[in-house]
Ligand binder design. Structure first.
Ligand code: 13P
Length: 251
């Protein structure tokens, strides 16, 4: 299977012109671009090879209606968007996202035919308690976030993003996860979901790693067989570096 690469631009760039420029540079096969929603129509207009991902969705089960401020997965789908990031740790930390709201979003996305990219990961405090502590925390998150889609079928993308590793790569070191423990965590996640008792065994699971992926460390993460792809934040705003990362992944 080819590695999947998602460029999570987060709340960047500010201008539509810059978003269009970046989209044109990063428009490659097997690359999925997740721009801010307000740039989505402009980015969609210039994308020819890649696919599109929302950075969040609202758990609304309708294409239109009296839902002030909402963007439903059906609306994104109509815009040509195939994926949606759900439960990113930045939304959990700053925007009141909870496992309950995330579970509703995952359910609504799957019902609408949008592939959820569920983000999970432990904080540094949790990790300080050791790897097993972090693993239990992550599996509990998954259990709660997938609570409403038990027994279903389809594709689920789970992105393991240790909170303490996010936004730390300045190409000059940074606090990155060691690839072996990242690979082991994703392996644990897959094993947990494959247990038939857990009722998620019918889903096709794709496991991504995110957290300061850059041109300086992609090689070591690529060696981990359990990692099916990457969710790239900061480096996806630097087109030259991002293209290099994609080139290494697909070489
Ligand atoms: P960075 O690559 O900037 O650490 O961000 C990772 C991330 O949060 C992707 O969703």
């Amino acid at each position: 299977m080819k590695h999947l690469v998602i460029a999570n631009w987060k709340m960047n760039p500010v201008s539509t012109e810059d978003a269009i420029r970046l989209a044109k540079e990063e428009d490659m096969r097997d690359v999925i671009i997740a721009p801010p929603s307000f740039h989505m129509p402009s980015v969609r207009a210039v994308i020819k090879r890649g696919a599109l991902c929302a950075q969040d969705i609202d758990p609304i089960d309708a294409l239109s209606g009296p839902y002030t401020g909402a963007i439903s997965p059906l609306l994104f789908k109509k815009m040509g968007v195939r994926y949606a990031i759900i439960g990113h740790s930045e939304r959990r930390a700053h925007l009141g996202e909870t496992d309950d709201s995330i579970a509703k979003k995952v359910h609504t996305a799957l019902t609408a035919g949008i592939i959820p990219v569920l983000c999970v990961g432990e904080t540094s405090e949790v990790r300080a308690g050791g790897y097993m502590n972090a693993r239990d925390f992550v599996l509990r998150q998954i259990e709660r976030d997938l609570d409403l889609v038990r027994g279903g079928v389809g594709k689920l993308i789970i992105a393991y993003e240790p909170v303490w590793a996010i936004s730390t790569n300045n190409n000059d070191g940074g606090v990155i996860d060691d690839s072996e423990s990242a690979g082991e965590m994703i392996q644990n996640i897959k094993a947990f979901l494959a247990e038939s008792m857990k009722l998620w065994a019918q889903y096709k699971i794709v496991g991504l790693y995110g957290g300061s992926v850059g041109v300086n460390n992609i090689g070591m993460f690529l060696k981990e067989r359990s990692i099916d792809g990457f969710l790239v934040g900061g480096a996806s705003l630097r087109a030259k570096e991002f293209k290099k990362i994609v080139e290494i992944i697909h070489s």
